[in-house]
Design a protein around this ligand. Structure first.
Ligand SMILES: NC(=O)c1ccc[n+]([C@@H]2O[C@H](COP(=O)([O-])OP(=O)(O)OC[C@H]3O[C@@H](n4cnc5c(N)ncnc54)[C@H](O)[C@@H]3O)[C@@H](O)[C@H]2O)c1
Length: 331
């Protein structure tokens, strides 16, 4: 098969391309390089530079490369920015997807995999009663970003049902780590790079609230290594190929919670720093605990995460040191 990877020059997309190639699949990357980096696309993989809003270029790309499956990662992903610029987010993430799906159905591409997010759940119900979030949990996104992902899932599933195309939406939890330093995430939007940034500046990382109903009072999240996530894409791609007319919605997490305080302690230990975080008041809208139930992905795909938090921190730190050589004191 030939897979078109939209957003393949991005952090996660580059790992998906790498994993598909290791599995012997042909790949073509489609990316507007708005946040992507061309150098992440490996030699031998064609990079088509364009937007998912460009229907003609999409059509030409799908037919010229005889694409038989699409993995759609291209999107804007910053929650705060989506609150300030909802129209931009709906245009890029929802209209971009609609245009792509039109081209995909016109070209009769049989398989489509969509990058969704745990942001579709919003504030999961009482974590003490339901410690793991299943795919059946109500979806009440709390930001325009989360809304675009939920609307995207609906659009993908409805199109699949109407056309017979196999579809999957993967709801990623907190993605971290890197397969190699040059593929590391360069954004500072998630906990691990945010703590690295503070360590590099020589200031204390902040904990927003230590009075949550969790064992140490700080928020608990489910962190997943990007290499595991990329392997889940390969397993899903194979599943879509084998079972035509399938429509999957799967959490991709480890099913294990790590608290913010615990994560900072582990970062300290692994990087050789010794910072004491400052505790500030809670941020509005932060749920106490969001941890995936990973059972459905295991049952449907035979996939399970292999890497732990230490692997995520140390591989992310190697990538960080490459870009901030003065930051290192350990490892
Ligand atoms: N990183 C996370 O923790 C996380 C968690 C849940 C879901 N996701 C989703 O995973 C996907 C990939 O995220 P990432 O972390 O790799 O982000 P990223 O910003 O590194 O990658 C996104 C890629 O898409 C490209 N792109 C954006 N809009 C485009 C458009 N309209 N047309 C063509 N290309 C476009 C960018 O240039 C970039 O290469 C996104 O859909 C994101 O919403 C990410």
């Amino acid at each position: 098969m030939t897979w078109l990877i939209t957003g393949g020059a991005g952090y996660i997309g580059a790992h998906v391309v790498r994993a598909l190639r290791e599995a012997g699949e042909r790949t073509v990357v489609y990316d507007d390089l708005s946040t992507g980096i061309a150098e992440r696309v490996p030699e031998g993989v064609r990079l088509v530079e364009g937007s998912t809003l460009d229907s003609e270029l999409l059509h030409r790309t799908l037919t010229r490369h005889t694409v038989t499956g699409v993995i759609h990662l291209a999107a804007k992903k910053q929650v705060g920015e989506s609150v300030e610029q909802p129209l931009h987010y709906y245009r890029e993430n929802v209209e971009g997807l609609r245009v792509l799906l039109s081209a995909v159905t016109e070209a009769r591409v049989p398989c489509f995999l969509f990058s969704s997010s745990a942001a579709v759940y919003g504030m999961p119900s009482d974590a003490r009663n339901e410690p793991l979030v299943t795919e059946e949990a109500p979806c009440v996104p709390m930001s325009p970003y989360g809304e675009t992902k939920l609307a995207g899932e609906w659009l993908v599933r409805a199109t699949g049902k109407a056309t017979g195309m196999s579809t999957a939406s993967l709801r990623y939890f907190n993605v971290a780590g890197a397969a190699s330093p040059e593929l590391a995430d360069v954004g500072v939007f998630n906990l691990i790079p945010m703590v690295f940034e503070k360590l590099t500046e020589g200031t204390a990382p902040r904990i927003f609230g230590n009075d949550y109903p969790t064992p140490d009072g700080t928020c608990v999240r489910d962190f997943i290594h990007v290499v595991d996530l990329a392997e889940a894409h390969v397993a899903t791609a194979h599943r879509l190929q084998a079972a035509r007319g399938t429509h999957l919605t799967l959490n991709i997490g480890r099913g294990e919670g790590v608290s913010v305080r615990e994560m900072i302690e582990r970062i300290n230990a692994l990087t050789g720093h010794d910072v004491t975080p400052t505790v500030t008041p809670r941020r509005p809208g932060d749920p106490a605990r969001v941890v995936a139930s990973a059972h459905r992905a295991a049952d449907e795909l035979g996939w399970k995460a292999r890497y732990g938090v230490e692997d995520m921190i140390s591989s992310a730190w190697e990538g960080w040191l490459r870009r901030h050589p003065g930051a290192g004191r350990g490892l």
